[in-house]
Design a binder for this molecule. Structure first.
Ligand code: PMP
Length: 452
């Protein structure tokens, strides 16, 4: 990849074809290289499959296309005159419009750069810099993925195989498990409570690890620190600090899957671990799904450059790049809003979910108190019920609740390695206030009926 080669940044022609972000990454790489590095040896974390990924000869030509005077007989780009679009327009809820046309449109309709449309990568890099002010001691960059799910799948694929272990919260996101189970890796469960992952449990697991019995010591932790799916828990600042210290102590990388980061109900958002880490150990996954649209399928990975490089080599051989039209629309929207407009939107969405959370909690308290334990989440869209006197909720939720016309998800779906779970996940994201009240009434009635 271009950003690995320091000399390239000084070549005027090359500078002109690099996006601002790529150029900044190059400069950060150069600055970081000059500092005494405490960053891990990333090569020790990649599996054989990832190390075997080679750059695509054709994809590597992509940045050279915009050198003035370049005649391309290279990449197999379809002739754009065959594309039947002259403009794409989206009307926003406030009645204003965003329109893709001219070169902005043609760029989105054609094959484009693997890490993302340069203007979108630049824009999200600015958001990360402003929101998280990451340490400048280590080079990092941003890549656009097809939702954060795609970023996660690529990250897991890069680190894990039948011979490795991953540290996961128990319970964890079922979509992550769907990606992880086929990789055949060992999932090492770290207990959580209503404040998220318990650092002392993590430390004990790693300190007591016996390679001769347990196999290779885990090198990677996967966590959903804010408004977790499924528990709704948000990891406290203190625990975040402790986790980072443990990462250094045990030479760990942390995958910070944070799609609910912007849905925090407190006045001030809690710091991300990406922002708190000073030794290049955190890979951050962001998503626009819960803020702008889940169907556009746009996510972002922010990671130390050697790691981003490996993820993007995977992308070169899978999706090539995230849908250009989606990227073009998201860029046009965020650019039109500017930082203030984006924040205004975040505040509106957060206020909407906070109100829903309050309505849902009021109904849950009224109908479920004494029948299950539950907490009001400080972020996100989930409430996690622990059914009292129940060993496994699966049949209750899949059969009896469905008969009562209430859909929820049994805790088993979020349990790494399966096994019984007395928990149930419910979301307050879409049902009306009246429907939430009725659902909790029916759920309460059901819990009364199954009482031993
Ligand atoms: N991680 C978590 C914790 C999620 O809850 C979700 C969405 N359900 C994702 C990742 C995937 O989000 P995206 O739509 O960005 O792929």
């Amino acid at each position: 990849m271009l950003y690995r080669t320091h000399n390239l940044v000084r070549t005027p022609n090359i500078r002109s074809i690099l996006s601002r972000q790529t150029h900044r990454v190059l400069l950060r790489t150069m600055c970081a290289a000059r500092e005494a590095s405490t960053a891990p040896n990333y090569d020790a974390f990649f599996n054989r499959r990832s190390l075997a990924r080679q750059p695509s000869a054709i994809r590597e030509l992509q940045p050279f296309l915009s050198i003035p005077g370049m005649i391309s007989l290279g990449g197999g780009m379809p002739n754009p005159t065959s594309f039947p679009f002259t403009s794409l327009e989206a009307e926003l809820v406030d009645g204003t419009k965003i329109t893709l046309k001219g070169s902005d449109l043609s760029e989105t309709l054609q094959y484009s750069a693997t890490p993302g449309l340069p203007r979108l990568v630049d824009l999200w890099t600015n958001i990360i810099e402003k929101e998280h002010t990451p340490s400048t001691a280590h080079a990092w960059g941003v890549g656009v993925t097809t939702g954060s799910q795609d970023g996660l799948a690529k990250i897991f694929d890069m680190f894990l195989d039948e011979n490795t272990s991953l540290l996961v919260e128990a319970p964890t996101y079922s979509g992550a498990l769907a990606s992880l189970v086929p990789l055949g890796c060992n999932l090492v469960k770290i207990p959580t409570d209503s404040d998220g992952l318990i650092p002392e449990e993590l430390d004990a697991t790693l300190s007591n690890w016996d390679c001769s019995v347990d196999g290779v010591k885990p090198k990677v932790l996967y966590t959903i620190p804010t408004g977790s799916n499924p528990t709704g828990a948000t990891l406290s600042l203190e625990r975040r600090n402790t986790l980072l210290k443990l990462a250094t102590k045990h030479d760990l990388l942390i995958i910070e899957d944070d799609p609910y980061y912007y849905l925090q109900f407190s006045e001030k958002r809690i710091s991300s671990m990406f922002s708190m880490c000073s030794d290049g150990r955190v890979l951050r996954c962001d998503s626009i799904s819960k803020l702008i649209s889940s169907g556009l399928r746009i996510g972002f990975v922010s990671a130390p450059t050697p790691i981003l490089h490996r993820i993007m080599l995977h992308q070169q051989s899978s999706t090539l790049h995230t849908c250009g039209v989606s990227q073009g629309l998201v860029y046009a929207l965020l650019n039109k809003w500017g930082p203030d407009g984006f924040e205004e939107h975040v505040q509106k969405v957060t206020a909407m979910y906070a109100k829903r959370r309050d309505d849902f909690m009021a109904s849950a308290k009224k109908h479920i108190t004494g029948k299950a334990e539950f907490h009001a989440p400080a972020a996100g869209m989930f409430v996690w019920f622990k059914l009292l006197g129940v060993e496994d909720s699966t049949d209750i939720i899949k059969e009896k609740a469905v008969e009562k016309l209430v859909l929820m998800v049994p805790g088993k779906a979020f349990t790494p390695g399966g096994g019984p779970s007395p928990y149930v996940r419910a979301t307050f994201s879409t049902a009306s206030k009246e429907d939430m009240e009725e659902a909790m009434r029916r759920f309460g009635e059901l819990l009364d009926e199954i009482k031993p």
